[in-house]
Design a protein around this ligand. Sequence first.
Ligand code: ATP
Length: 306
Amino acid sequence: MQPDISVRHLNKTYGDGFQALKDINLEIERGEIFALLGPNGAGKTTLISIICGIVNLTSGEVKAAGYDIVKDYRKARETIGLVPQELNTDSFETVWDAVSFSRGLFGKAPNPDHIEKTLKALSLWDKRNNRIMSLSGGMKRRVMIAKALSHEPQILFLDEPTAGVDVELRRDMWEMVRKLRENGVTIILTTHYIEEAEEMADRIGVIRQGEIILVEDKAQLMTKLGKKELRLQLQHKLEQVPGELTLEPVELANDGWELIFTFDSQQEQAGVARLLRTLGDLGIEYRDLQTRESSLEEIFVGLVHE
Ligand SMILES: Nc1ncnc2c1ncn2[C@@H]1O[C@H](COP(=O)(O)OP(=O)(O)OP(=O)(O)O)[C@@H](O)[C@H]1O
């Protein structure tokens, strides 16, 4: 099956000569949740805006649901729903009218059943006759999503979907995104909340200074780049790491009362067994031990600051 999004050798240089994207290559499959991560100014919004036809590309080729976004602009655009970062909804219109109007913009025939279903899924049904300007920030964000879904897009872009929303709404939105995916919608999100990517994404792409530096299955990324840590609380304080352990990735902490062993998640557990055996041989006893895995956040910070 062809990918839902295909980006080949994409470059973008803005009018002032700034090169925001450098030879981007990316394929996103139907029905996946893809999280695009990167520090401020990395080029996330530029990339999304190009795929959505809001910003012109300089060179390269982009297809959405098989349609070239330049040669077949209208068809490509019809397959995409975009929830932008900014809430531009200060509107006298009612929720119902705004969402129905958005559908009309894509030349689709009215479909009150679809609008009703969308508003209900986003808990906006009770507010359908309210003016948008009278809604809370979180509700306005839901309206933005309803508008983006009004024309039944195959692909949904969420640019910082949960910026500034409370924990409850964030959870609701995650739930909703999962349901959309179950219905076969392809979802691309950018986020500064790494926790969000960790929770939701099937695959993760990291962009830094206009270049994609990594695209990886989330679970594999966590194993490949993640570190595990074993902490042992000792019965007796150590003055220094015993000579037998100096070649191991071991350090003392907590004034000699704690031994920390760090190892790659993908390494088999042999290192831990060896360490514990050596401790036994040396008569070093411990009261307690814990293991911990690095979070996606730690991996991400390591990647973008390399
Ligand atoms: N219209 C423009 N003209 C010139 N440079 C621009 C323009 N729009 C964006 N840029 C520059 O391109 C780079 C990428 O910006 P972009 O908004 O795509 O980043 P981002 O990854 O979305 O950042 P953020 O996380 O802050 O939203 C930045 O250095 C930005 O200053």
